[in-house]
Design a protein around this ligand. Sequence first.
Ligand code: SAM
Length: 390
Amino acid sequence: MESNSEQTPLENQISMCELLATMLEDASHSDSQEGFFMAALMRAFASDSFAHRLFESQPVIKQPALLLAAAVKYIVDQGDSEDLGKYYPKYLLSGDVISPEQVLDDNFPVVVQAFLVKHEVKLRSLMEAHWYQCNPPQRVAQLAVGLAYVTQDWPDEPMAHIDVGSATGIGTLLGLVEFIDKDGATIVKARDPQTCVSTLLLGDKRPPADLVLPEIKERFALDLDPPDIHDEKMLAWLRACILPDVDSIKRWNKAIELTKEKGVRVQKGNAMDLIPVFEAKLPPGRPLVLTDTYVSLFMTEDQLVTFRELLAVIGKRRPVIWLSINAPMPPGPVGDHTTSGIVLDDSVIAREKKESFATLTATTWRNGIHTNEVLAFMHPVGFWIEWIAQ
Ligand SMILES: C[S@@+](CC[C@H](N)C(=O)[O-])C[C@H]1O[C@@H](n2cnc3c(N)ncnc32)[C@H](O)[C@@H]1O
């Protein structure tokens, strides 16, 4: 989420709650049930001074509102849920499917506040110990359509992939995840499909038909602080970060199982240090795909310049594609360009003030030619994609 420099950190989190609630309630942008409960929780946080105190215990960069929602869910999942547990979509607790609309009532905000007061110490310690991490597999599918689109006229040859800021490693499933629209039409085909996610295609344009992913031969992942997906306690935290709806949970569980099956190892370290180490292992000329989803957004302007220079240098040795899904503009004094350096139209900047969405950008260095393009706008966790590339 973009931070508005004129707001205090607390105002920023309150407006983020409201923005998120509006986005989640917007039926045209999501499935009918998805996010309904989360939207109600965000509205309860936005109007609750006790929640505001908890927000203020953490820096804005840790997304305190989402962090608090995850901490609440973590405690509810442990069974210590009292009155609040009954409001969560029931399939999470018992396997039944009872929609949140059936149980949400006027008392909900009061119940939320009582829960926060009662569990203050535990909530603070969970928020202190963890980051909010949602790792939605839809982002992998959205990267896939970008990759297939950019390489559609390239020679059919294997490529290498580095997922930067991978967290769980789910991003390394690129090439194995197919992408279909809600009507079942294929958006991008994988050669070795192992799972499939769907999305809503908004807008007038569609990506070209018959897009096929290139083969990914080498896969690497790195993160400053990768969570251990083999540790049950950590998995419980990560699950608590997912939107509490049945489809999101199913998709995520399947993706995490696949990631474990593939033996993915996310190497701990900084992107600037590890990208050259991984690149040095590749055969000469092997095209390299780098992906970052909600990572470059956290780099400073100087770090972004260094990052782009590093890719440009590698791009002299081999074709390089950097696919990036991030909020449209990195927070900061300029705030008018993507992390890849594309200056955005005023209409996009104005839209970003009212709506929470992401951009998919593709930046390439190949045969001495450099390209940098916004391919699509999308819902931050992938419920919709709006294709805009020509
Ligand atoms: C918001 S999470 C995104 C995780 C995942 N890519 C996704 O889409 O859900 C950002 C991740 O980037 C990592 N990160 C941030 N800056 C980094 C850097 N310079 N090098 C490596 N990892 C970084 C953080 O540790 C964190 O796990």
